[in-house]
Design a protein around this ligand. Structure first.
Ligand SMILES: *Cc1c(COP(=O)(O)O)cnc(C)c1O
Length: 434
């Protein structure tokens, strides 16, 4: 096997600011709309759900937003994260392509989500908020926010999509370990949830429903705000520390990427990974940027680009995005984190501007990619991240056919150690995979 290479930065290289791509885009994004008036939402209209610090970040056009020292110190527990030369995967594929991955799986919650969870908990704490309410799909966001809440002395209440609540007890246990309360959604605890359960007592739930449950609880409680783990501009903003580190790491090695790949659920790990490269992409159309999503929930490839609600109960502001419709119920595919009807407005616009190309993947492709990656690189990937791996494998195979030595860099958004039951389930349906 070829020599392993990990490109590791020192703690001083953790970025000092979050990068706001809106300062550099050659077009203006459509504003978010107030659900009652259908007019552009004013910052103060978001106050019932978000703290001022985050609302400001949602609207600002300032390029660099300084990261408070308290948050940087928390990042230092698990950052900077390594960029790994995937020599095992390259050899297995016998490809002339060079493949690198950014490893966001080695942290307390096992995914990139803790990057924004810490930032959101901090800004809420600073404004005297005592409790955060949120939704979670597969459980990664819930566990990240539970951890971050504890760090900044906030109580956390999580509404978990019922099908995941039943299938992923380990994620619930992790949230309990971090001190959070967890309830299945649709929930008996909300008006919205009770109305759904009355019609369909065994409803699997969806992210859209869990968001409505969480927003309803947050709006009705004192000193409590809501937190969203993806989609919104401020969430992508916090994640840009990923791409900034990758840029430094590539530069240190004198490597120019040809293809950047990340998976998209709501778009936060994708945005965090690629947005710092958008100025490069605007100068160099050769730089390919690929967004991997499940064929079963293809918001970027098949969704309509229009205003839609972020939730099923229509409590959230309207966002202009690629959407399958806020009442879309995705099949219970096992990449729970990718079962969302919409996608980040920034990522959606980059797709419609053809700066980003979507790639849809089947469950067989995902399982196979996960098995290959586990055996060649020694990390069991999250099913979500396996989408990015599957796209990277596709590109590496193209390079082999065309005898091209491109450099492919993808984001490993999380590990799959708590998703083994899902993998087992897919293997049983699809046979052995490898
Ligand atoms: C939540 C999650 C995703 C999908 O969310 P994005 O906001 O699109 O990044 C992807 N990978 C992992 C590991 C996740 O936990």
């Amino acid at each position: 096997m070829k020599k392993r290479e990990q490109i590791i930065l020192s703690p001083e290289e953790i970025p000092y600011y979050w990068y706001n791509v809106k300062a550099d885009l050659p077009f203006q994004l459509d504003p978010i709309l107030h659900p009652g008036t259908n007019q552009p939402a004013r910052p103060e209209e978001l106050k019932p759900i978000f703290p001022d610090g985050l609302i400001e970040q949602e609207f600002t056009l300032q390029r660099e937003i300084p990261i408070p020292e308290e948050i940087r110190n928390e990042y230092a527990i698990y950052r900077p994260t390594p960029l790994v030369h995937a020599t095992g995967l390259e050899e297995y594929l016998e490809t002339p392509a060079k493949i690198y991955f950014k490893n966001e799986s080695q942290n307390p919650s096992g995914s990139h989500k803790v990057n924004t969870a810490l930032a959101q908990a901090f800004f809420n704490m600073k404004e005297g908020i005592e409790k955060l309410v949120t939704e979670t799909g597969a459980g990664q966001w819930g566990s990240a926010l539970s951890y971050a809440g504890k760090k900044f002395h906030l109580a956390v209440e999580v509404y978990m999509v019922r099908v995941s609540y039943l299938l992923k007890p380990a994620r619930q246990q992790m949230m309990h370990l971090f001190g959070a309360e967890v309830y299945p959604s649709p929930s008996e605890r909300t008006e919205h949830g009770r109305a759904i359960l009355e019609k369909d007592p065994n409803c699997n739930g969806s992210l859209g429903m869990a968001i409505t449950d969480a927003v309803e609880v947050a709006v009705k409680s004192q000193n409590t705000k809501y937190a969203l783990g993806s989609v919104l501009d401020h969430v992508l903003l916090h994640q840009t520390i990923i791409g900034q580190e990758v840029k430094k790491q590539l530069k240190m090695m004198n490597i120019k990427p040809d293809i950047l790949i990340a998976c998209v659920g709501g778009g936060s790990n994708f945005g965090g990974f690629v947005l710092p490269f958008i100025p490069d992409r605007l100068k160099d159309p050769q730089l390919e940027i690929v967004a991997s999503e499940p064929e079963a929930c293809p918001s970027l490839m098949k969704g309509e680009y229009r205003y839609d609600f972020g939730d099923t109960g229509h409590l959230t502001p309207l966002l202009k995005m690629c959407t399958l419709g806020s009442d879309f119920l995705p099949p219970p595919i096992h990449a729970g984190g990718l079962r969302y009807h919409g996608a980040s407005p920034i990522v959606s616009r980059l797709v419609t501007e053809k700066l980003v190309r979507p790639d849809d993947l089947t469950q067989e492709e995902i399982l196979q990619a996960a098995q290959i990656f586990s055996l060649t690189e020694g990390i069991i990937p999250a099913p979500e991240s396996a989408h990015a791996i599957a796209s990277a494998i596709k590109e590496a195979k193209k390079c082999k056919e065309n005898r091209e030595s491109k450099t492919i860099v993808f984001n490993l958004s999380g590990h799959g150690l708590l998703d083994l039951a899902s993998y087992d389930h897919i293997s049983k349906i699809n046979g052995k995979g490898l």
